[in-house]
Structures are given as structure tokens and as C-alpha cells.
Write a protein that binds this ligand. Structure first.
Ligand code: SF4
Length: 237
């Protein structure tokens, strides 16, 4: 799999995507926690509430009461749990680094990942999103779209351990935060616009060139006709 070719084809297709949708590294960190198991469209109003109240700064946000925080982030869903995770991250950020995100995320990537993973509610995808988009570390973020897209092309099984996939992608790409940043954003776009869980739009998709066969191939229990980009039936059962 030539990941750079995939990246360049998606660049031609989408143009530069300029992720992450946040105005500061701190906002990226907050967004990374709030977007867990939640569509970004639900995170935006929560971030907007924090912005309106002038709370997109670590020490100011840490100073608000638990109940006020819960109210402000409510649109993002599972708000009590997320408030707890946010407060734990803020405690770490403020007590250890005086609220300075740049200082908190500076240093060796593996050490910083381990530090983030030690915080409650920060899993590997969230930690890597923070490392890449807030800290500028050259890491590949593995998400459900990555698993779905690449397993549909037989390039992943889809159930591999997170770090095995991350390392495999990182080995095939330059150690460049801008490239990894853009590629993750491109994969998310493909997943949202084309590679839907049901009825993938293969006929219009910029990654259709990855299909090995000229007309059709099986994935899962279904047969996809690449010329029409539609699921044609449950013929493999
Ligand atoms: S070509 Fe089809 S299976 Fe492949 S990424 Fe696009 S929509 Fe998904």
C-alpha cells in the first residue's frame, strides 16, 4: 500500500483540509476530549459555550465549578463523564505545566503519549489526536474510519491492535506532522462522504483505485460493484 500516493490523490480530490477545527492548541485538547463517541456537530456548540464565556484557557476553565462546566459542555453528550475527564486533564496541565499547553506537549513523543494515557478518559486515539493536532508530533491517528476503509480494501483486517496499525502507517509515511495531519483529515472525509457503513459510494470515491479487481470484489458478506459504487446483494452467503 503506497500511503503517500493515497495522501496525494486525496489532496487532489479534497484540496488542503487545514485541520484541526480549533483556534488554539488548548481548544484542540478540549475538543479531543469532548468529541469522544460524539459527532463533531455536537461538540461545536459546547466549544462555542466555552468561547462565549471566555473559558478556552486552562486556568480559567479549571476555576469553574463542576456544575457550571457540566452545563456548558452539555451539548457534547455524556457531559458528566466528560466534565470529569476535562477536569483531570486541566489538573495535569495546570499543576504540572502552569497551564502552558506548549510546554506540556513538548518533548519526546512516546514519553508525552505515556503521560497523556495516564490521564483518566484519554485513550490512544484521543492522546494521538492531541499529540498531532495540539502538539505537532508526527503521529498517525487511527480511528474507526481508518479501520473501515482499509479493511474494505483488504489492507487491514480491521480488528488489529491500535498501535500495530499506527506503527504500520507511520512506517509507510514521512515523519511529518503536516502530512500526518492532512492524511487523517482526508481519511475522515472519505469515511464521512463515501465510505459509509452501509451503501458506500465507491463509484464516486477517490480511493476506488485501491480495488484490485477490475469490476467487483467482496468485502464482509457483501459484493460491491465498483463500476456503480453500490452494494449489489448479499451474494456471498
Ligand atoms: S472505494 Fe468504496 S470501499 Fe473504498 S474507501 Fe471508497 S467508498 Fe470505501
Amino acid at each position: 500500500m503506497d500511503l503517500l500516493e493515497i495522501h496525494h490523490r486525496l489532496l487532489d480530490h479534497f484540496g488542503p483540509l487545514g485541520w484541526w477545527p480549533g483556534e488554539s492548541p488548548f481548544e484542540v485538547m478540549v475538543g479531543a476530549v469532548l468529541t469522544q463517541n460524539t459527532a463533531w456537530s455536537r461538540v461545536e456548540p459546547a466549544i462555542e459555550n466555552l468561547r462565549r464565556e471566555g473559558l478556552l484557557e486552562a486556568r480559567r476553565l479549571r476555576a469553574v465549578s463542576r456544575e457550571r462546566l457540566v452545563k456548558l459542555i452539555r451539548p457534547a453528550g455524556t457531559y458528566r463523564v466528560k466534565a470529569r475527564y476535562l477536569r483531570a486533564m486541566l489538573d495535569w496541565l495546570v499543576e504540572r505545566y502552569g497551564g502552558d499547553v506548549e510546554r506540556a506537549l513538548a518533548g519526546e513523543t512516546a514519553a508525552k503519549r505515556a503521560e497523556l494515557l495516564s490521564l483518566p478518559g484519554i485513550g490512544r486515539e484521543t492522546a494521538d489526536s492531541i499529540l498531532l493536532y495540539a502538539g505537532g508530533h508526527p503521529v498517525f491517528v487511527v480511528d474507526a474510519y481508518t479501520r473501515r476503509i482499509f479493511s474494505r480494501h483488504g489492507l487491514l483486517r480491521g480488528d488489529e491492535d491500535y498501535d500495530r496499525i499506527r506503527e504500520r502507517f507511520e512506517a509507510g509515511l514521512p515523519r511529518s506532522a503536516p502530512v500526518l495531519n492532512e492524511l487523517h483529515a482526508q481519511i475522515v472525509n472519505v469515511g464521512k462522504e463515501y465510505c459509509r457503513p452501509r451503501k458506500p459510494r465507491c463509484g464516486d470515491c477517490p480511493l476506488a483505485f485501491l480495488f484490485p479487481a477490475p469490476s467487483a470484489l467482496h468485502f464482509g458478506s457483501r459484493l460491491v460493484d465498483r463500476t456503480r459504487g453500490s452494494v449489489t446483494g448479499d451474494q456471498s452467503r
